[in-house]
Design a protein around this ligand. Structure first.
Ligand code: IMP
Ligand code: MG
Length: 179
């Protein structure tokens, strides 16, 4: 599968360093608090698993599944809730965990939806940020790395549901898209 990649953007070691740094920052911010980490399925699963090991306060986890993409490499701007949270978040401190923030359409919808549930606080951590693609008025408080406007796969990120299992992140060869 590695042969399908054009270039590796983040190695396993680089990703682990980012998780440690973000975990330290988040620990400082939530010291003594009960934190609810909300992973956005499916892309955030690997990042969430690694990141929360480095958050040293009481943490519970929950998941939401939304679809903003329908198989290709371009966001359609439509968000549909496929799976909602399992418990009430009223009065809680929420940290949304995302793999990548691009146009912001997905996270804008999710944050509006969760804010309406009268949370105490709500912040976003994203491993990757394609900030020059932003359309919605939204930023993540915690960002692993800003990346250029290239389509990337691996470490949870997919192309047609494939490549999520790669332990690193990279770009695909041109010929893969033309298959
Ligand atoms: P947004 O709504 O445009 O910010 O899109 C965010 C979502 O699009 C992410 O949660 C990913 O699922 C997906 N996405 C955006 N860019 C990429 C990419 O380069 N590779 C794989 N998925 C991506
Ligand atoms: Mg996603």
């Amino acid at each position: 599968m590695k042969n399908d990649l054009q270039e590796i953007l983040l190695t396993e070691a680089e990703i682990q360093t980012l998780c440690q740094e973000l975990g330290r920052e988040i620990t400082e911010a939530y010291r003594g608090k009960d934190l609810v980490c909300v992973g956005i399925l499916k892309g955030s699963v690997m990042f969430m698993a690694d990141l929360i090991k480095h958050i040293d306060t009481h943490v519970t986890i929950d998941f939401m599944d939304v679809s903003s993409y329908h198989g290709g490499t371009e966001s359609t701007g439509e968000v549909q809730i496929l799976k909602d949270l399992g418990a009430s978040i009223e009065g809680k401190d929420i940290l949304i965990i995302e793999d990548i923030l691009e146009t912001g359409t997905t996270l804008k919808s999710i944050t509006e939806l969760l804010q309406a549930r009268r949370v105490n606080s709500l912040e976003i951590v994203t491993l990757l940020d394609k900030s020059n693609r932003r359309k919605a008025d939204i930023e993540a408080k915690y960002v692993g790395k800003k990346i250029p406007d290239d389509f990337v796969v691996g470490y949870g990120l997919d192309y047609n549901e494939n490549y999520r299992n790669l332990p690193y992140i990279g770009t695909l060869k041109e010929e893969i898209y033309n298959k």
